[in-house]
Design a binder for this molecule. Structure first.
Ligand code: CMP
Length: 140
């Protein structure tokens, strides 16, 4: 699964009406959309997704933010999907993100940073399975 990544259009971007614009950027960059669902995360679901950050000072605020409105997880396919997607979205902090990246153009802050992208192939596999069953991932 080294050619897949999990992306999430986060509640800030969905709420600000950027879902379509961000999806356009992703598709134009050559990613194939294999699964997508607009969903409202429960607290438990958001806590589980970010469990690796449990001890970080921003964890509770991050869970509040991720449950503050709908978000859109997506499974994406492309050669070297994890690295290519991370380049497309830019640095975690939009103030440090390169010009032309999704976070530079659409994010509000280091927390409300518009999109998530998996940070390794191993995590991509786990994160895709956290939101989608194998039947929901369309290989075409
Ligand atoms: P993401 O790439 O989804 O991974 C972890 C998330 O935690 C990150 O995007 C931000 O939304 C949030 N985050 C990371 N660092 C900070 C920080 N220093 N302060 C607040 N939120 C952060």
């Amino acid at each position: 699964m080294s050619n897949k990544t999990l992306a999430i259009i986060k509640p800030d971007a969905v709420g600000n009406g950027f879902t379509g614009k961000i999806m356009d950027r992703i598709i134009e960059a050559g990613f194939k959309l294999q699964a997508a669902q607009l969903m409202q995360l429960s607290r438990e679901k958001a806590e589980g997704f970010y469990a690796v950050h449990k001890e970080r000072p921003f964890y509770n605020d991050l869970v509040d933010f991720m449950t503050s409105g709908p978000c859109m997880p997506m499974a994406l396919e492309k050669d070297d999907a994890v690295n290519t997607f991370r380049s497309l979205i830019g640095a975690t902090n939009p103030e440090e993100a390169a010009d032309g990246t999704i976070r530079k153009d659409f994010a509000e802050s280091i927390q409300n940073n518009a999109v998530h992208g998996s940070d390794s192939n191993e995590n991509a596999q786990k994160e895709i399975a956290y939101f989608f069953t194998s039947n929901e991932i369309l290989d075409y």
